[in-house]
Design a binder for this molecule. Structure first.
Ligand code: TYC
Length: 102
């Protein structure tokens, strides 16, 4: 007895790489760090022009915090750490934090 061989087409199982979760960097207001210093840090670490940096600084100053940028988790944490360290080296309590985007 001859068996019929049925050849089924291979189903493509190409896996789609997962998108890395994104994290926000937040600038937190304080009462001590000079405004111009905040603008300088935003320019140095986040490559922001002076007008945009001033806008972000003023938003944090008025509202308590402001989203600076969105990156993958590692980049967000590195940049927040560098920017916070710049403030600490100059003796200011300037703080950048990160949080996951939902
Ligand atoms: N509030 C500060 C001042 O009046 C300026 C400032 C703005 C500090 C934003 C931190 O994230 C900040 N000198």
């Amino acid at each position: 007895m001859s068996e019929k061989v049925v050849l089924l087409p291979k189903t493509a199982t190409r896996s789609v790489p997962a998108r890395p979760a994104l994290h926000r960097v937040l600038l937190v207001n304080d009462d001590f760090t000079p405004r111009d210093f905040v603008v300088t840090v935003l320019g140095a670490v986040f490559r922001m022009g002076p007008e945009r940096a001033r806008g972000v600084m003023l938003t944090a100053h008025r509202r308590g915090c402001c989203v600076v940028a969105v990156f993958t988790r590692e980049v967000a944490e590195t940049k927040a750490g560098q920017a916070t360290a710049m403030g600490a080296r100059a003796g200011y309590p300037l703080r950048f934090t990160t949080e996951p985007e939902c």
